[in-house]
Design a protein around this ligand. Structure first.
Ligand code: ADP
Ligand code: TZD
Ligand code: MG
Length: 593
C-alpha cells in the first residue's frame, strides 16, 4: 500500500474546475465522489472491478477519469471473483464496485467466497436512502445491505457523511488485510456521493493506512516446540497451503523445505510454490504419505474437508472419524485455527514470512535429515506412479479424454511457466490439478475452499489485468457456463486469455439419459456437440474447435504467440468422467461407475 498517490489537492481542484461551475465556493469544496476516489488512490488502489448503475455510475466514470483502471463486467459475481483473486495475487485488497440490492447480492457470493478463502477483498456497494429503507417504504432497490453482508464478511462498514469517507476506507483496508485476510463490505448510500464539504478539511480527513498487514512475530518458545517435534519425527511431512502462497515468502519457504529435507505436499493453490517437479514433492505419493506420516507441519493450510479434517481413513484412522495418530504442527496467522479438527501439538501463530524465517534461524545450518527409509519409500512410490501416469498420458484415444488433452496443457505450461492457470470443473479440475505441473508460485488459481463453480472468467480477467501474463483457463463445460458471458469482457479489454473448454457435453459426464424416457434431457447433460468457440468469434476473439491433441496444441501455441483472446472447444469423450470427479465419496447415493 505504499505507492504514493496523486495529491488529493490537485484532484479536488480539478473536479471543482469542471465545466458548469467555476465559482470560488465550488473550488473550495470537495464532494463524496472525489473523496472516495482520493481515499482509494491515497492507499495505492489502482484497479476497480465492477458494474455501473444507480448510484455509482458517476463514480465509475470519475474513477477512470482520475487515472484508475476500471474493469467493467457483465455480472457483478464475476467482478467480485476478479477482485478477490486480485487480492490474493497482490496482497492489496481487490475492490469490487456494485449498485444496490440486486447488484450487491450478485457481488455478495464472491465476498463470502473471499472470506472463506482468506482473500482480501472489499465489496463497495451503493445503497438506497436510509430513511426509506429503514421504514421499508419501498425505495428503488431497497435493501438493508449492511445487515445482509455482515455474516458473510470479516467486517462491514457504512459511511453516512462525507467527512467519514477517509475513516471508512481505511478501516475497510485494515480489516481486509490484517491478520487472516478476508472479505469486507463497505456500504455507500446514494446521498453520500453528492455531499460536499470544505476541500481542506476533506483532504485532512483522508487516511493513508500505515502498515495495513503488520508482521506478527511468533513466540520463540512456540517455534522451538515445533522444531523439537519435527526433529523427533521418523516420518515427517510438510503441507503447504494457499496461505503460504499468499504470504509471498517464497524463498524462505523453499529454504525451509530444502534444509529440512522433509517431503512436502502442496495444496491445490500452493502448487508451484516449489516447482512440482521438485524431488521432495510427495504429491504423486499422497495416498501413501498421509496415513504413514507421524508428524505433519501445516503451513498456511487448514485441516478442513480438503484434508479430510485431519482424521479418518485418509490419515490411517481405523474408522471414518478416527484419529490416525499423527502429531500436527500448524503455522497460521489465526490463533483460533489450531485444534479445530484434531489436536495440534505445536501451534505456531504469526505471519508465515516471520514464522518461516524464525524457524530457519532456529534450525541452524545443520539439521538432521529425515530417515532415509521414509524418503526412499516415498520416492519409490512416486517413481512408480509417475511412470504409470506417463503411460496413460501417452495414449491417444479417439475421441480425446481428459488425459490426452491435458497432456498437451501440461507441455504448454511447462514451456510457459509464467502463464497463470485458472481451473474449474469437476473432472476438468481434478485431472488438471494432478496432471499439469506448476513451476512458479501463485500461478494456479482455482475453485478453492468451497469448490465453487463460476470463478473462471472473473479470475482470468483479473489475473491478466493484474499480472500482464498469459492466462490459460481450463474449464469444464458446465463450469464455464457460470461466467461464460465474460468472454466479451476478455475481448473488450483485449486480454491475453486462452480459455480451453473440456467439453464432455455435461456435468461430470455427457451420457446420462432421462430415466422416464421423456423428451426432457437428463439434468446433467447439455446440448450435444455445442460450439462454444463461436461465442468468442461473436466478440472478435479467436474461436477454435479442437478434436485431437494436435489441434489443441496448435491452437494453444498460437494463442500464446498472438496473446489474442482465444477460446478452444476441446471435444472430450462424454463417457470419460466420473460423478463428482475425485470427491464421489461426498456425494449422497452416488452412482458407482
Ligand atoms: P488450502 O485450501 O490451500 O489448504 P486454506 O485456505 O485452508 O488453504 O488455509 C489458508 C490458511 O492460511 C488460513 O488458515 C489462513 O489463516 C492462513 N493464512 C493466510 N495468510 C496468512 C499469512 N500471511 N500468514 C500466516 N497464515 C496465513
Ligand atoms: N454450483 C456451484 C456454484 N458450485 C458447484 N460446485 C456446483 C454448483 C456443483 N458442481 C460441482 O461441484 S462441479 C460441477 C457442478 C455443477 C460441474 C462439473 O461439470 P464440468 O466438469 O463440465 O464443469 P466435468 O469435467 O464435466 O466434470
Ligand atoms: Mg463437463
Amino acid at each position: 500500500m505504499d505507492q504514493v498517490a496523486t495529491k488529493p489537492t490537485a484532484n479536488a481542484a480539478d473536479a471543482a474546475r469542471k465545466p458548469g461551475g467555476d465559482t470560488d465556493r465550488q473550488a473550495q469544496e470537495i464532494d463524496g465522489f472525489q473523496l472516495v476516489i482520493d481515499a482509494l488512490k491515497l492507499n495505492g488502489i489502482d484497479t476497480i472491478f465492477g458494474l455501473p448503475g444507480i448510484p455509482i455510475t458517476d463514480l465509475t466514470r470519475r474513477l477512470q477519469a482520475s487515472g484508475l483502471r476500471v474493469i467493467a463486467f457483465r455480472h457483478e459475481q464475476n467482478a467480485g471473483y476478479a477482485a478477490s483473486i486480485a487480492g490474493f495475487m497482490t496482497q492489496k485488497p481487490g475492490i469490487c464496485l456494485t449498485v444496490s440490492a440486486p447488484g450487491f447480492l450478485n457481488g455478495l457470493t464472491a465476498l463470502a467466497n473471499a472470506t472463506t478463502n482468506c482473500f482480501p477483498m472489499i465489496l463497495v456497494s451503493g445503497s438506497s436512502e436510509r430513511e426509506i429503507v429503514d421504514l421499508q417504504q419501498g425505495d428503488y432497490e431497497e435493501m438493508d445491505q449492511l445487515a445482509i453482508a455482515r455474516p458473510h464478511a470479516k467486517a462491514a462498514f457504512r459511511v453516512l457523511h462525507a467527512e467519514d469517507i477517509g475513516v471508512g476506507v481505511a478501516r475497510a483496508i485494515r480489516a481486509a488485510l490484517s491478520g487472516r485476510p478476508g472479505g469486507v463490505y463497505l456500504d455507500l448510500p446514494a446521498k453520500l456521493f453528492p455531499q460536499t464539504i470544505d476541500a481542506e478539511s476533506g483532504r485532512n480527513s483522508l487516511i493513508k493506512v500505515v502498515d495495513p498487514a503488520p508482521r506478527q512475530i511468533p513466540a520463540p518458545d512456540a517455534v522451538q516446540r515445533a522444531l523439537d517435534l519435527l526433529k523427533s519425527a521418523k516420518r515427517p511431512l510438510i503441507i503447504l497451503g494457499k496461505g503460504a502462497a499468499y504470504a509471498q515468502a517464497d524463498a524462505d519457504i523453499r529454504a525451509l523445505v530444502e534444509r529440512s529435507g522433509i517431503p512436502y505436499l502442496p495444496m491445490s493453490m500452493a502448487k508451484g510454490l516449489l516447482p512440482d517437479t521438485h524431488e521432495q514433492s510427495a504429491a504423486a505419493a499422497r495416498s501413501y504419505v498421509l496415513p504413514e506420516a507421524d508428524v505433519v507441519m501445516l503451513i498456511g493450510a487448514r485441516l478442513n474437508w480438503l484434508l479430510s479434517q485431519g482424521k479418518g481413513k485418509t490419515w490411517g484412522g481405523a474408522s471414518p472419524k478416527a484419529w490416525g495418530g499423527q502429531k500436527f504442527i500448524q503455522v497460521d496467522i489465526s490463533p483460533q485455527e489450531a485444534d479445530s479438527n484434531v489436536r495440534v501439538d505445536a501451534p505456531v501463530v504469526g505471519d508465515i514470512g516471520s514464522c518461516v524465517a524464525a524457524m530457519l534461524s532456529a534450525m541452524g545450518a545443520k539439521w538432521p535429515q529425515p530417515p532415509s527409509e521414509w524418503v526412499d519409500a516415498i520416492s519409490e512410490r512416486r517413481t512408480k506412479n509417475v511412470g504409470k501416469m506417463a503411460e496413460t498420458l501417452a495414449k491417444n484415444p479417439v475421441p480425446m479424454n481428459y488425459h490426452s488433452a491435458l497432456n498437451v496443457v501440461r507441455d504448454i505450461v511447462k514451456a510457459n511457466p509464467d502463464a497463470i492457470l485458472v481451473n474449474e470443473g469437476a473432472n476438468a479440475l481434478d485431472f488438471t490439478r494432478s496432471i499439469v505441473d506448476m513451476y512458479k508460485p501463485r500461478k494456479r488459481l482455482d475453485v478453492g475452499t468451497w469448490g465453487v463453480m463460476g470463478v473462471g472468467m472473473g479470475f482470468s480477467v483479473a489475473a491478466a489485468v493484474v499480472s500482464g501474463d498469459q492466462v490459460i483457463a481450463i474449464e469444464g463445460d458446465s463450469a464455464f457456463g457460470f461466467s461464460g458471458m465474460e468472454v466479451e469482457t476478455i475481448c473488450r479489454y483485449d486480454l491475453p486469455v486462452c480459455v480451453v473448454i473440456m467439453n464432455n457435453n455435461g456435468v461430470y459426464r455427457g451420457d446420462e439419459v432421462n430415466p422416464t424416457g421423456g423428451r426432457d434431457p437428463s439434468p446433467l447433460v447439455f446440448v450435444k456437440g455445442a460450439r462454444y468457440e463461436k461465442l468468442m468469434d461473436a466478440f472478435g476473439g479467436v474461436g477454435v474447435l479442437a478434436t485431437t491433441p494436435a489441434e489443441l496444441r496448435n491452437a494453444m501455441e498460437e494463442a500464446i504467440r498472438s496473446r489474442k483472446p482465444t477460446l478452444i472447444n476441446a471435444v472430450i469423450d462424454e463417457k470419460a468422467g466420473t460423478e463428482s470427479g475425485r470427491i464421489t465419496s461426498l456425494n449422497p447415493t452416488a452412482k458407482k461407475k
